[in-house]
Design a protein around this ligand. Structure first.
Ligand code: SF4
Ligand code: SF4
Length: 419
């Protein structure tokens, strides 16, 4: 199970914040990520009780003290439905529905937490560091379905929209369904479609085919016409106007990030908190030089991840090499110790011989064996056991007797040789 807000973060990881991060507040994200998207709005209107079931399970798991459900104030039906659902349960003293201003990107996790609680998630940190757990409304429904009905996450709500779609709608679809099936259910895509986008208009990415499938992270497909996708214009040089910094919801310096990402200076770009960028696209939207800023940030993030992976691989290889060297050293020491013990044993033998009065211990053993055999032979003769009659043996028995005679003869020869 993963979070259905778009980032697909594993739900089990979020629900195990560790004893170092005690959680006291549960924030439920009912704010849509981007314009056009309305799948969470529909979910809150249709399945409010189920969302509360999920919230109850999360409370049972991590024992939070309070729960805030943030919903944008342009969704009055969803707010009313959730208020009604909360009032009908025993959660009313504990869960609060909070309308928030409709201002992109208030559906971002860190932004929503700040709006609802006034607390700021630390740079490069997670909400658990400030005692907050954030879950999407879709994730709450999926948790309830899994725990109460044993139903895995095999479907989700997806918005199909854009002016290129004759009848935009939200559909509950199985994961893996091709986009063409969904657009077909909404009247098909018109000839005037210029871009087919997976995700919202700000953070989504263009898809080249309608055959790509719905995944757990897919919340929207857009078929945008030319009037919805104005030509971005030719990118010009940065004029340091600072407009990008004014609109950045993460309070970063987008122009600095741009400079260092463009120069491929991956260390400097980290100094400006690249990984706090939520790729909302606000900076690029207001940039008078039409610089595709987010593309530079995505590039820098990908390169940084690749470099980090290389560093980890090198670290792993070094650890393996050191372990191998240590193992070879240990084996060599063991071999030397074995040789030493053997040598000492050999040196001890003449001493044992002299201790026995000059008699060779090997010869003494052979003599003792011969004496035992003679004693046994005499005992048999004394008991009058007749020699074996070999006249009426069949050929197989005869062969066994011959083989035994041969072995005995060989043993006697060997004994006399040793003497
Ligand atoms: S908005 Fe564009 S031109 Fe202005 S400072 Fe930012 S990157 Fe430079
Ligand atoms: S995309 Fe731009 S505006 Fe949005 S968080 Fe990143 S730097 Fe800030």
């Amino acid at each position: 199970m993963v979070g259905l807000g778009g980032a697909s973060f594993p739900t089990s990881v979020k629900l195990n914040p560790g004893s170092d991060n005690p959680i006291d507040t549960l924030v439920i994200n009912g704010a849509e990520c981007e314009p056009y998207i309305t799948c969470d709005d529909l979910l809150m209107r249709e399945r409010g009780a189920r969302i509360l079931d999920g919230i109850r399970i999360i409370r049972h798991l991590i024992g939070v003290e309070t729960c805030l459900i943030g919903i944008e104030d342009n969704k009055p039906e969803a707010i009313a439905a959730m208020d009604q659902a909360v009032a009908a349960t025993d959660l009313k003293d504990w869960v609060t529905v909070v309308p928030i201003p409709t201002l992109y990107p208030s559906g971002g996790e860190k932004q929503l937490i700040q709006i609802l609680t006034g607390k700021e998630v630390p740079s490069n940190g997670i909400p658990a560091r400030i005692g907050i757990l954030c879950q999407n409304v879709g994730s709450c429904v999926a948790i309830a379905d899994a725990v109460l009905d044993g139903r895995p996450l095999i479907s989700r709500f997806v918005t199909i929209s854009g002016r290129g779609i004759p009848t935009p709608r939200n559909l509950e679809v199985r994961v893996g369904t091709p986009v063409a099936e969904l657009t077909g259910l909404c009247g098909g895509t018109g000839d005037d479609v210029r871009e087919l986008i997976c995700g919202g208009p700000m953070m989504g990415f263009e898809i080249g085919s309608e055959q790509i499938p719905v995944t757990k992270a897919t919340n929207c497909f857009l078929a945008l016409t030319a009037d919805e996708t104005p030509d971005p214009g030719t990118a010009l040089a940065c004029i340091r106007c600072g407009r990008c910094a004014d609109v950045c919801p993460a309070r970063l310096l987008p122009q600095q990030l741009y400079w260092y990402a463009r120069a491929k200076d991956l260390d400097k770009v980290q100094d400006y908190d690249l990984f706090d960028c939520i790729e909302c696209g606000c900076c690029a939207h207001v940039c008078p030089s039409h610089i595709p800023l987010v593309q530079y940030y995505r590039y820098a993030k990908t390169e940084s991840w690749a470099r980090e992976q290389e560093r980890r691989k090198a670290e792993h290889a070094r650890a393996r090499h050191e372990a191998r060297q240590a193992r070879l050293e240990r084996l060599e020491q063991e071999r030397q110790a074995k040789l030493r013990r053997k040598k000492e044993a050999l040196n001890r033998k003449p001493a044992a011989k002299s201790a026995a009065g000059g008699e060779d211990p090997k010869k003494a053993a052979i003599e003792a064996a011969r004496k035992r055999a003679a004693t046994k032979k005499a005992a048999i003769a004394k008991q009058g056991i007749a020699p074996m009659n070999t006249e009426n043996l069949n050929p197989a028995q005869q062969r066994q007797v011959d083989a035994a005679d041969a072995r005995r003869g060989a043993a006697e020869t060997a004994t006399s040789n040793e003497e």
